[in-house]
Design a protein around this ligand. Sequence first.
Ligand code: NAD
Ligand code: LMR
Length: 340
Amino acid sequence: ESAFRRSGSRSGHLLHRSFASAATPERRVAILGAAGGIGQPLSLLMKLNPLVTHLSLYDIAGTPGVAADVSHINTLAEVKGFAAEQQLGQALEGADIVIIPAGVPRKPGMTRDDLFNINAGIVKSLCTAIAKYCPNAIVNMISNPVNSTVPIASEVFKKAGTYDEKKLFGVTTLDVVRAKTFYAGKAKVPVAEVNVPVVGGHAGITILPLFSQATPATNALGDEEIHALTKRTQDGGTEVVEAKAGKGSATLSMAYAGAIFADACLKGLNGVPDIVECSFVQSTVTELPFFASKVRLGKNGVEEVLGLGPLSEYEKRGLEALKPELMSSIEKGIKFAKAN
Ligand code: NAD
Ligand code: LMR
């Protein structure tokens, strides 16, 4: 079966033809939780991605409207909406990438772990369906607490016999997006040029931005400013939760971050070289079984989990401090999946 589609008109002018006839692989992306606060703008952004040929939008309610709306945009991706559990299989069939922003968000005063009781079950049932209907898909896990939902997914896939550690990603891109924005503002460098790795996990002190490796480098920032930038990055989610005052957590910036990460996965699948993003993956970078660090993406998902690089003394302390919390969140997820 040919997974390739030829773009461009065959009868076109020779010059145009040679330019436009590059083979573009078909790529199917499914979004689970597509009618939610993240799901809707993420659906929009994935519809705008020229690498997506089929976009499958699933939620327990509201997807017919979102799918009809997004489908009118005159870009390549063919959009289909699926609502209610009996359509989940259809929604997943043939997916290359499944993005999961399904689940409840925080309200002021809550930690991400407070979402565990509801979201663990949602993630478990969605991953059970992924194992059945698209066992080879790359999974981009957005649902919180990411430090636990990724281990839950791994256990569900292991039980089903479909686990491939190269294809399971906790989406931590929003931490990188925030670190870049905050650093650019303080260091007074052009934000579009900034790179900052963020490692560890995705909650509070488990989020460890490595500003010592930020580029463009600057010596304009002293220790106090670096510590403040670190804290702001770690508390970025809470900043939004409080500003939304009960109406949920980050949705627009998360949709942007989710779209960036899914695009990187698509490029990796399509064989584009040197695609590197931070993500929470199965890892041997530290003694923890899952850890976020830079990852090189390729045709099979993770091509290489990159090491941490040189850390400042402050970052070394941050790394040691985050390990107990991150380990206990990982263990909580594994225990839940094994018991249920
Ligand atoms: P939301 O409540 O606006 O939307 C969630 C959607 O999930 C709803 O449309 C709901 O119907 C749907 N849903 C619930 N159960 C489902 C199921 N079984 N199958 C399919 N869909 C289901 O919430 P939101 O603001 O979009 O946030 C979603 C999740 O993303 C939350 O857990 C939030 O904490 C998390 N989040 C993660 C990051 C990150 O950086 N990884 C950033 C922001 C938010
Ligand atoms: C975020 O970082 O914005 C998300 O994890 C949502 C939250 O609860 O903070």
